[in-house]
Design a protein around this ligand. Structure first.
Ligand SMILES: *[C@@H]1O[C@H](CO)[C@@H](O)[C@H](O)[C@H]1NC(C)=O
Ligand SMILES: *[C@@H]1O[C@H](CO)[C@@H](O)[C@H](O)[C@H]1NC(C)=O
Ligand SMILES: *[C@@H]1O[C@H](CO)[C@@H](O)[C@H](O)[C@H]1NC(C)=O
Ligand SMILES: *[C@@H]1O[C@H](CO)[C@@H](O)[C@H](O)[C@H]1NC(C)=O
Ligand SMILES: *[C@@H]1O[C@H](CO)[C@@H](O)[C@H](O)[C@H]1NC(C)=O
Ligand SMILES: *[C@@H]1O[C@H](CO)[C@@H](O)[C@H](O)[C@H]1NC(C)=O
Length: 584
């Protein structure tokens, strides 16, 4: 381990250190394009070039037919000013006079740097510096605006400092940071509630509108800390980080006695509206931001929240390789469904060092991907069928993202083959003359006239990094939930003294990789995973493993006894052992 000085005492801390190093060493141990791992240099370069081609096909068509509007409509080669529509299912309060914020360009900037196109990056930065304004009468979703626009601008600002100034002195004068600050200041009125929990919607020009809905989601108010924290660190204005931090604390204080959080809540009363919750839509990035905030800022508070939250997820939501939803008050299962957004979880587990568990879930997602050609938005595990209405695949990145993380952690070339399958499907089913089209129904592969900006900020970026991570060798980054890189800096970090951050991390060796522990592979209760990493295994006395691997079963007799609750597990109709009290 690189620097045992960092964090010493408690077991949890040590795993945290391992995790931190896993993140820091991300690019280090690995993936060069030499082909040392048996996959082959030519094949790797070929796949990398395919991804590059995909990115430019999406980008050039956006620039030709949609820019400076928000997103491309690839079938009709037109545009949509979709920022005001994101998260707005009923399309309420749409603006009358809004011509877009060049959303897809903002989202593409960090990918242009990852792909090494500094000329185009600089051109985009210059255009935005002169032309982008947030003084527009448009009601937008705070969460979407934060992860896409604020995150895109902050990340591009940092990259501009690192990449542009080196080439031409004085060309870049912090214009993107000024834009980010301008945008961030427009977020602040949303936080003026008795609870500190922000409204989900804000009018960029006028603030919170009259009679605005007070309902929001957990991810909506719990995934702001990376961008707003970074904004505070960059500007010296602590208001952004303080607002996001206060909201996160309040949210965590609302957790149930099982340490679970609900999925929707009221920002005025600070009470849950929806008690059924899982790791997918409405909650997902809340978990992701706790661990990533810990990695970025090093505060124990984030680690403590994440640690408790992670254990509760593994205890109440996990079912073999799958994650279902449960009532946060009782832990009883509510929905037994796979959602495409859940595919980010193996990536988070990989950051944590829980690689075997990540690998197992990832493989199950891949089975579903193979069955349909892409991941359907929602799949009913119990019945093995698609959800009746949510059959779409909007070019989502989460599965590619987890594949990238798992490859970084394991260097197993199998993940590069998974990448090939993803790239093959995207080109076969979604590529059209005018860009990449979402899939409306995975059973017919009927297309939809929409190329989401995250296809450029995330899907293409993670696929590129899978085959060429040279970007990560210069500096260590964490990626926001929208795929925008933020550097891990000692000056932002409570625990890393500057002297402990080497200027190059390629010296971190494979042998120094973090301890890998898994709640799943060892089939012991999740509480022990942190103790295990200390060498003293501890297992619940009542624990009886299931008969077959991966918790598969034909009848109740094939199931063992749950180590956490000491209850007998039963065989679900989907053929998995679990504590099924499911209401279906
Ligand atoms: C949007 O575009 C229309 C048509 O070009 C123009 O009339 C209008 O002034 C623009 N609105 C804003 C806010 O820029
Ligand atoms: C950078 O992007 C622009 C726009 O797509 C393209 O014309 C140019 O060839 C790219 N440059 C490199 C080096 O890939
Ligand atoms: C700003 O936008 C206008 C209109 O699209 C364009 O003519 C001008 O060149 C832009 N500025 C930069 C620096 O690209
Ligand atoms: C807000 O709600 C109040 C009470 O229901 C109503 O009288 C008022 O007209 C509403 N305002 C707007 C702008 O909808
Ligand atoms: C992932 O799972 C597969 C199948 O169970 C196994 O063969 C492989 O070794 C695993 N890889 C890791 C890194 O755990
Ligand atoms: C990184 O630093 C190590 C130790 O100082 C050195 O051995 C190694 O050559 C360096 N790697 C690069 C790519 O500069």
């Amino acid at each position: 381990m690189r620097s045992p000085r960092l964090l010493r005492p408690a077991p949890a801390r040590l795993v945290a250190a391992a995790l931190l190093l896993a993140a820091l060493a991300g690019g280090a141990a690995a993936a060069d394009i030499s082909g040392r791992d048996g996959y082959g240099r030519a094949r790797r370069l070929h796949m990398r070039d395919k991804v590059v081609e995909m990115f430019y096909h999406a980008y050039d068509n956006y620039m030709a037919y949609a820019f400076p509007h928000d997103e491309l409509k690839p079938l009709t080669k037109s545009f949509t000013d979709s920022l005001s529509e994101l998260g707005n299912l009923n399309l309420e309060h749409l603006p009358h006079d809004y011509n877009g914020s060049a959303l897809t360009l903002v989202e593409s900037l960090s990918s242009l740097v990852v792909l090494g196109n500094l000329t185009e990056f600089e051109r985009g930065v210059t255009w935005l510096s002169e032309n982008l304004t947030f003084d527009v009468d448009a009601r937008v979703n705070l969460f979407e605006c934060n992860i896409r626009l604020l995150g895109g601008l902050i990340s591009a600002h940092i990259l501009a400092k690192d990449y542009i100034s080196q080439r031409k002195d004085g060309v870049y004068q912090d214009q993107l940071l000024h834009l980010a600050e301008n945008l961030g200041s427009r977020f602040l009125p949303a936080f003026e509630t008795p609870t500190g929990l922000p409204y989900a919607w804000i009018n960029l020009k006028y603030g919170v509108i009259e009679n605005e809905t007070t309902e929001t989601s957990t991810s909506g108010c719990g995934s702001l800390i990376l961008e707003m924290g970074a904004l505070s660190r960059l500007t010296g204005d602590s208001r952004y980080e303080a607002a996001a931090h206060r909201a996160l604390r309040k949210l965590w204080s609302m957790r149930s006695s099982l340490n679970l959080v609900g999925s929707t809540l009221d920002v005025l009363s600070g009470k849950w509206i929806e008690y059924s919750s899982g790791i997918g839509a409405g909650v997902d990035s809340f978990y992701e931001y706790l661990i990533k905030a810990y990695i970025l800022f090093g505060s124990d508070e984030y680690w403590d929240m994440f640690h408790s939250a992670y254990l509760a997820v593994q205890k109440y939501f996990r079912h073999g390789p799958w994650y279902h939803e449960a009532d946060i008050r009782t832990g009883e299962a509510t929905h037994w469904q796979l959602t495409s957004l859940q595919a980010f979880w193996p990536g988070v587990q990989t950051l944590l060092g829980d690689v075997a568990a990540a690998n197992l879930s990832h493989r199950e997602f891949y089975n579903v991907w193979q069955r349909f050609g892409v991941l359907p938005e929602r799949y009913l595990l119990d019945y093995g069928i698609l959800h009746p209405t949510e059959k779409y695949y909007p070019l989502r990145p989460e599965f590619a993202e987890s594949t990238f993380y798992l490859y970084q952690a394991t260097k197993d070339p199998w993940y590069l083959e998974v990448g090939e399958a993803i790239i093959g499907s995207l080109n076969y089913y979604t590529k059209v003359e005018g860009g990449f089209a979402s899939i409306r129904d995975v059973s017919t592969m009927k297309q939809e006239d929409h190329q989401h900006s995250f296809f450029l900020s995330e899907t293409c970026k993670y696929l590129f990094l899978l085959y060429d991570d040279s970007f990560l060798r210069k500096q260590n980054y964490i990626f926001t939930t929208e795929g925008h890189p933020l550097p891990i800096r000692s000056t932002w970090h409570e625990k890393i003294p500057a002297s402990d951050v080497p200027s190059n991390w390629t010296s971190v060796k494979d042998a120094e990789q973090p301890i890998r522990v898994s709640a799943l592979s060892s089939q012991v209760c999740p509480e022990t995973i942190f103790r295990q990493s200390f060498g003293s295994t501890w297992e619940s006395a009542c624990h009886v493993p299931d008969v077959f691997p991966n918790h598969k079963c034909r009848a109740d007799d094939d199931c063992g006894i749950e180590s956490v609750s000491c209850k007998r597990r039963t065989c679900s109709t989907a053929g998995y052992c679990g504590l099924w009290l499911a209401v279906l």
